[in-house]
Design a protein around this ligand. Structure first.
Ligand SMILES: Nc1ncnc2c1ncn2[C@@H]1O[C@H](COP(=O)(O)OP(=O)(O)O)[C@@H](O)[C@H]1O
Ligand SMILES: O=C(O)C1=C[C@@H](OP(=O)(O)O)[C@@H](O)[C@H](O)C1
Ligand SMILES: [Mg+2]
Length: 172
């Protein structure tokens, strides 16, 4: 069993939104590893970051991703930082991975200053977001077979582009 598509990318790229719509389009189930961590721990992500720190969240996330990759055959959205784990990157090899990209201005606008995303809740979220994009861009590219820029496309258009890209990947 393997997910039809695994969606990666920075916060605000639309992994959760597009993943859910893509699953609907493909008539398969949708799963998001952020939700899995919240359900398994019974806690909000911001609470885990604030009280236990990022490494504890990353360990929970790594387990959630490994389990979901094993169990889920629909569309799977990862949290934006899941690919920081080497084990996760290794597990992603052999899966159909879609990278949704977003630039600094649009990504920061979409991710907002929401406290639900603790990594971006500091004093200068824009600078934090820029550093995050710079550091992670090569990592997202290294795990994904498909890259879709989402800055200038609404959700339905992004889904259509993902569907087309998946079809051409499957036939190549
Ligand atoms: N292509 C898009 N165009 C405009 N807004 C979008 C697009 N994709 C997502 N959004 C909006 O951006 C915000 C973040 O989306 P979300 O799916 O939570 O991103 P992620 O899971 O990658 O962090 C949400 O408010 C969502 O409605
Ligand atoms: O980029 C990150 O490190 C994170 C992204 C979040 O998910 P989204 O990318 O879905 O916002 C969530 O996993 C957590 O706040 C950490
Ligand atoms: Mg998300």
């Amino acid at each position: 069993m393997s997910p039809r598509a695994v969606v990666v990318g920075p916060p605000g790229a639309g992994k959760t939104t597009i993943g859910r719509l893509l699953a609907k389009h493909l008539e398969v189930a949708f799963r998001d590893t952020d939700d899995d961590v919240v359900r398994a721990s019974g806690r909000a992500i911001a609470d885990i970051f604030a009280n236990d720190g990022e490494p504890v969240f990353r360990a929970m996330e790594e387990e959630a991703v490994a389990t979901a990759l094993r169990e889920h055959d629909g569309v799977l959205a990862l949290g934006g930082g899941a690919v920081l784990s080497e084990r996760t990157r290794e597990l992603l090899a052999g899966h159909t991975v879609v990278f949704l990209s977003v630039g600094l201005a649009e990504g920061a606008r979409r991710a907002g200053l929401s406290t639900a995303r603790p990594l971006l809740a500091g004093v200068n979220p824009r600078a934090t977001f820029k550093a995050l994009l710079d550091a992670r861009l090569p990592i997202y590219r290294s795990v994904a077979a498909v890259e879709i820029a989402t800055d200038d496309a609404g959700p339905d258009e992004v889904v259509a582009q993902v569907v087309a890209a998946l079809a051409s990947t499957a036939s190549s």
